[in-house]
Design a protein. Sequence first.
Length: 752
Amino acid sequence: MTKFKRFFEYFFAEPARAIKAGKLNEGESVIYRPLYIVLLAVMLGTMMILSTDAGISGDEHLHVKHAKDILNYYKTLGEDKTAATITASNNLPYYGQLPDTVIYVITELFSIDDYMGFRHLVCSIIGWIGILFASLLAKRVGGWRAAVFTALLLFISPRYLGHSFNNLKDIPFATACIMSVYYMVKFLDNLPKIRLSTSVMLALSIAFATAIRVGGLLMMAYFGLFALVYYIYRRKELKPVFTKTLIWSLGICLAAYIIAVLVWPYALEAPVSHVADTLKNMNKFAVSLRQIFEGESIWSNALPWYYTPKYILMTIPLLVILGFVLSVVFIRHNKKQWFHYAVLFFACIFPVFWIVINNSNVYGGWRHSLFVYPPMVVLAGLGFSTLLSLIKNKYVKYVTGLALLVLTFHPARHCIANHPYEYVYFNQLVGSTESAYGQYEMDYYFHSLREASEWVLHNAKRDGNTTSDKIIVASWHMPPVEYYFRKDTNRFKTAFTRWNEKGETDWDYAIFCNTGIESECLRNNYFPPKNTVHRIEVDGKPICVVLKREDKNDFYATNAMKANDYAKAKELYCKALKADSLNETAIINLSQIYLTEAQTDSSSANKLDSCLILLDRMLKYNPKNEMANYFKAYALYSGKQFEQALSVCDFIISINSKYSGAYSLAANIMLNQGNLAGAEEYLTRIIHIGRADNQTVNMLVSIYMAQGLDQANAYVKLYSILEEYYRKEGNEKMAEEYAKAIEQIMQSMYVK
């Protein structure tokens, strides 16, 4: 009998005969077998179709470029080492990113024009493979009913589904990890017999994970730990094959390592030292981003310890949480499968625990931890399957099943109503999206830029404000926007601008996601602004807007200001404020002009009052605007209101610990008050946030000398602080440079 016939017989013919004979149960209904296959097929087709609507994620352009560099590395037989060279601004060589590379090769080979669309299609297939192996693992532990539950739960998980459209780093890694766990369990279950096919697939799965990111080596550690526990449990039975099993296990890990290194240029250059270097240095390159969390904008390296576990709990379906809890409650009913449960619990809990205790720099929700979710869903599926097995009354079982179906409504409704923004999901624990808006990040991966760009392409028109021969479309995150406009460069050109600097740039239409906008602006309806012509919403809340330029006086005023024509700049900024009383560019720059005039002309003291009135207008709507608060502090300082100015500086530091200007201004206030120690403290804090410049250094040396140190010892004290900072940051090279500088100064002092 062919494999296809065996497949058909097992999943369809046997269940059909059992149903016809009235023999539905084999511990669980045989209907789950054909249902599982049908569900998986429907899910695959659905995910592939849904992916065609996905936008480009925030990192995709970087990974496409790195894939090109990797291909060039192999095409030139290693002569082009761009893909294997770490620089201060590029840490991508630390990633193997195998899926990106394979997809890039295919798009180049077949000249696929919409290469981003093809990436998304492949990503959806990889996401589906994750569902496949998670459900197969559930089947291995708890049967086909558990497999059906697991597949359904993972499919209706909005965050997993949404990332399956375009996240070719975290979704493939999650898939590779659950594949690895599945084949580990299968390998150990088969002992003392060792199957070649299982061994090969385990090696390939671990290699797949490691070839995406070096964290895949964790799968080897998992394998070693699980194998050790399993051997201790079955030591009498497995003792005769211990040596054979150990050799095979080491061979699997070695093969996985070799395969991963072969497709990872940086590792291939030095298969041992570069992999070790990657493990050691990955965290040093972690990007620190501002994230809205619990209503505050916080740097990602300063987020609270519970960031990841809380984000997981408030963004996964309550049904999954309930199923996970049931798997814990019913674990005594599954004593025979204790090992499998231990593997699953470890796989989903340990990484989160590790992130917490190491205070890891994470951001963008919990996408970096997506790989812990499939094991969690497997446990949820097992929990529900166990619940139904314990219910003997068929009517109670039907009611329970119906109740579970009702609980799928919230995530399923979200996915249907908000496609393709499924990943912007919050469950009932935080009151859904409406309550989470302004409290947590929404479209942090910029998916909505596609829909916004397509709206502009179809609706934008030239008018009296258009100053160029083309319609200028501005945005903060440019690569996706440039991709969407690449075929209509005759009508459009793109321009870069930040949200809070949008008045300084020439544009006719602007596209902005709400990522990076102060949480207060989102909560008090300052966003979207009044010149919004199109909104993209999730559950009625705008995650992206298209703005139409109604007035360009702020842009013209900025040009006049750059040319030092302050009279014209003031006139034009005032006109801009008449058009929009909350024009941030006009308020900030006009305040700066008033401050300059007040400093250069002692008779213009009223300019400080005008400056404060302007800034307070903005701060009423956006109280945490850092630039407005900084100018307010400077105006108070210029007016010799030192205590009030210092209070504002401290407020700025409390909302943005890396705003170096506030520390410098506070230090100057302290110096004006004769408080050398206070000024020293603020300036030293600039060093500790990594923002020291020549002004900071010179001020500190002057303070040390004013405190009684000679110049040499002043520099020794300064360099000691810098050495300590760089050692704490793990930058031994810079730390050693300052240590040597201290030694040279000390030697010169000794010689004298």
